[in-house]
Design a protein. Structure first.
Length: 247
């Protein structure tokens, strides 16, 4: 499991100690990327899967602790059946193709959301990847599948009520899908839209938001580095004052 040294991070223009622990990405723009090239939408989704491989590897290598990706939202269920079929096929293909390398690099895979909505073949493939990587010590890779932030909060609150009858923030946080990944430090959205789209609503309370017009299939490690450099230049106050005492 490779990790870049401080000197290697600096060579990328990154600041050691200013790498976000938890990065979340709304991978948007696959369909529009394909349409602009005169290709079917499925080609855009395939290109998006290919882009994901290097982003995961680089995120792991720079020492981030968790990466949460928005792969399929509850709203995506409204898409045409043939497109959903393509996405399901790509999910199976991705895990079958990448699981050995992810496992060898210590990545721990976890699906978040209601996986039971998917066909049995998708469920079995994802669960097998989770079991295989469950004890890995490296990057926590959370893959949001049939996920919605509001639904997650309803689920967490129901479980909290069962435990205590009077849930507080700590109890609710314990029942979030990403409980072992902590709050999000940096949320990236590709594709040009500037909204969070029901993604990790609790976890992004104090996240830095980074929006880019670059569509997901074109989001390379160089684009990720730009987002990380922007993050490093921000002063995170979590509702407090600036370091100089100004508001």
């Amino acid at each position: 499991m490779r990790k870049y040294s401080d000197s290697e991070l600096k060579a990328f223009g990154l600041i050691p100690g200013r790498i976000p622990k938890h990065i979340a990405i709304v991978m948007d723009g696959n369909g529009r990327w394909a349409t602009a090239k005169g290709l079917p939408r499925g080609a855009g989704h395939r290109a998006g899967v290919n882009a994901l491989r290097d982003i995961i590897r680089f995120t792991s290598d720079i020492g981030a602790e968790a990466l949460t990706i928005y792969a399929f939202s509850t709203e995506n269920r409204k898409r045409p059946k043939d497109e959903i079929g393509i996405l399901c096929g790509l999910l199976i293909e991705y895990f079958n193709r990448e699981i050995d390398e992810l496992h060898a690099n210590g990545v721990r895979i976890k699906s978040i959301g209601d996986l039971s909505w998917f066909p049995t073949a998708v469920q079995e493939t994802v669960r097998a990847a989770e079991v295989k990587t469950a004890n890995n010590p490296g990057l926590k890779l959370n893959i949001a599948l049939n996920y919605g932030g509001r639904a997650e909060l309803v689920r967490a609150m129901r479980l909290s009520f069962r435990e205590t009858g009077e849930p507080d923030e700590d109890t609710i946080s314990k029942y979030l899908y990403t409980a072992d990944s902590g709050d999000v430090d940096l949320l990236i959205r590709t594709g040009g839209d500037e909204r969070v789209s029901n993604f990790l609503l609790w976890q992004i309370a104090y996240a830095e938001l980074y929006f880019t017009d670059v569509k997901w299939p074109d989001f390379t490690r160089e684009e990720l580095i730009r987002a990380l450099q922007d993050f490093a230049g921000r002063e995170r106050r979590f509702g407090g004052l600036k370091s100089d005492g100004a508001k």
